[in-house]
Design a binder for this molecule. Structure first.
Ligand SMILES: NC(=O)c1ccc[n+]([C@@H]2O[C@H](COP(=O)([O-])OP(=O)(O)OC[C@H]3O[C@@H](n4cnc5c(N)ncnc54)[C@H](OP(=O)(O)O)[C@@H]3O)[C@@H](O)[C@H]2O)c1
Length: 342
């Protein structure tokens, strides 16, 4: 750690600093700026990678594949990769890992250039699904790697903190083993609250590199993110587009009809930028220092969702969006917030 005056944030020799997962060149002016607004909006571009606490890095822009079936996902992933995405997010529970692997091959992009995240489905006894054991976790990891048709995945997450402390720790220990064996390069969690993260710390397990969470202007999880920043756990945002009136229309979500009919919360900001509401929401997340994973099955939207590096939101526009906080969980059924699971 260098003596630059940013003791909790600086973890590299003095020629580089890392802040909220973003690596900066460490000239003093950069440091001063970085300490105020992580990341510096003008530093963001299509190739931006956010650093992980385990020494690796991942593309800030990813492509989400939830609710795209195993057939349709082939073309969606192929399109996304041909357009320039280099990060795909899938999960055992999406039942589309085989299709994601086929899309990867169809794109012609070398596997080594693509960052692939998948997730372990942990079970959920409350839904009548038994928790995964240590051995079952290792078997599930091997199955995911095989379905994707790769040698290893870049990032492997526990999908949600279901099943209680004992089961969670057994699964996490198995993931540490999978990392040591080279099946997965980085390990992380998803939908973990502070109590779940503390559980890992108390068990003296390595901290997760990331926590993938529902994050958007109406659900900002400030306390949890502050806790993660102190521990260098990178936030990955999912359902960034949830405030849109058409979000997941006809598909599973907790968004009610009333919120679809009313004017979208971000319309005013979008008008001010000349960009779409979707682009504003994605840019908001990036300027917060969150990785993004927009999902679409439409080529024009897949293209639009990566065109978020040629404009900036002002401090005022960011504050306006911040002011929309409602602690609103929309992604899971019945308004459920999985970060609060027992
Ligand atoms: N870890 C977890 O528990 C978790 C939970 C949820 C999601 N995720 C991950 O995060 C990814 C993204 O989240 P998400 O799928 O919930 O939602 P999202 O990407 O925020 O939004 C997808 C919805 O917005 C629509 N859409 C996409 N681009 C648009 C645009 N430019 N303009 C207007 N509408 C647009 C899509 O419709 P069309 O497809 O018809 O374009 C779809 O209805 C997932 O796919 C998944 O990989 C993880």
């Amino acid at each position: 750690m260098c003596s630059s005056g940013f003791p909790t944030l600086v973890d590299r020799p003095c020629d580089r600093i890392r802040l909220w997962g973003v690596e900066y060149k460490a000239d003093l002016a950069d440091m001063a700026q970085a300490s105020e607004v992580p990341p510096s909006p003008s530093s963001l571009n299509l190739s931006t990678r956010f650093n992980l606490g385990d020494g690796t890095s991942m593309p800030a822009l990813g492509f989400g594949t939830y609710q795209i079936n195993d057939d349709d996902v082939v073309a969606a992933v192929e399109t996304a990769l041909k357009l320039g995405y280099r990060h795909i997010d899938t999960a055992q529970a999406y039942e589309n890992e085989v299709g994601v692997g086929k899309g990867l091959v169809a794109s012609g992009v070398d596997t080594s250039e693509v960052f692939i995240t998948t997730k372990l489905w942990p079970g959920n006894p409350d839904w009548g699904m038994p928790s995964k054991s240590y051995d079952e976790t290792i078997a599930a990891t091997k199955a995911s790697v095989e379905k994707l048709g790769v040698d290893s995945v870049d990032l492997y997450l526990i999908h949600a903190p279901f099943g209680g402390a004992e089961a969670r720790l057994a699964m996490y220990r198995a993931m540490v083993t999978c990392q040591k064996e080279g099946l997965v390069k980085s390990i992380g969690v998803s939908n973990y609250g502070i109590a779940h993260l503390q559980e890992l710390e108390q068990a003296e397990l390595p901290l997760p590199a990331v926590n993938q969470l529902e994050l958007h202007p109406t659900n900002q999880k400030s306390e949890l993110l502050a806790y993660m920043v102190e521990r260098n756990i990178l936030p990955i945002a999912y359902s960034s587009l949830a405030p849109l009136s058409n979000w997941r229309e006809g598909q599973q979500s907790s968004k009610d009809d009333a919120s679809r009919e009313g004017p979208s919360l971000v319309a005013g900001v979008a008008e001010g930028t000349g960009r779409s509401e979707a682009q504003v929401l994605l840019r908001y997340a990036l300027q917060k220092g969150w990785c993004i994973l927009p999902k679409s099955i439409r080529e024009e939207r897949i293209a639009q969702n990566m065109d978020v590096f040629s404009f900036e939101l002002s401090d005022e526009q960011m504050s306006e969006l911040d002011g929309m906080e409602k602690d609103e969980s929309l992604a899971w059924p019945n308004g459920m917030d999985p970060t609060k699971a027992e």
